[in-house]
Design a protein around this ligand. Sequence first.
Ligand code: SF4
Ligand code: SF4
Length: 280
Amino acid sequence: MKIAIASGKGGTGKTTISTTLAYYFAQQFPTALLDCDVEEPDANIFLNIPVSRTFDVDVLIPQVDMDLCTGCGRCEKMCQYNAIVLIKGKPLVLPELCHSCGGCYLVCPEKAIKEVKRSVGTVEVGVNGNLHYAGGILNIGEHMAIPLIDEVKKEHYNATFRIVDAPPGSSCPVVHSMQGNDLIIIVVEPTPFGFHDAVLAYDVAKTLNIPCAVVINNLVEEYKPLFSFLEKENIPVLAVIPHDVDVARSCAQGNCIEYMLTKYQDKFEAIMRYIKEKVQ
Ligand code: SF4
Ligand code: SF4
């Protein structure tokens, strides 16, 4: 069973829920926590799994052989991302803008372009008993998150339960993290902002045709538009966790899993029950 934990808005407690759920599942089943929030990977701060392997992830970018190049400009015209510009009749490659589509190699009549590797980030992998961990770390300033997310998602060890900690928002890396899962759990903060962004995440899941459920986190008071929306869309609410400053305190101290399972074990039991029912 493959489950992505998404949120729309950042700071809703998505990683707290993902890591606690993964830890809880791993007490009974082989489980993999895949941290696809590669711009801010923090799941292993809470899981504290020793990293046993790391590897770089590269993309391919063009390199022009100026001896062969005639300055025809076809590569510049081909590139939709303005990653090749002709300056004084010679192509200049801007690596950070390249999306590795390969179009420029194909159109170069002189075969003057070859592919070279450019690192976009690193994947860390580790295991602790039943719990496998893989997480991507995107290089600072890097935008090519998707190749890194792809590599993280491959490190699932055929675990019975695979929990993807998706990035916040609803951009391409979120879509990519959600793709291929059997269930999306959206962690929603019951505020206007939290609701707005959760709807965007829900729209992504709906477009991908993946069933959705919700965990409401940080509840201070009932936010009616959210509850009306969930009812109208028939989205199950798996758990409601109240606002609790001690959650933030335990996160700051790195022991939020222990805190969540001590104080809110019944909530995680309810989530697990729902997921197990889905499997049967
Ligand atoms: S590989 Fe694609 S994106 Fe990159 S420079 Fe060539 S045409 Fe542009
Ligand atoms: S398409 Fe090839 S020959 Fe033409 S400018 Fe680009 S690299 Fe040079």
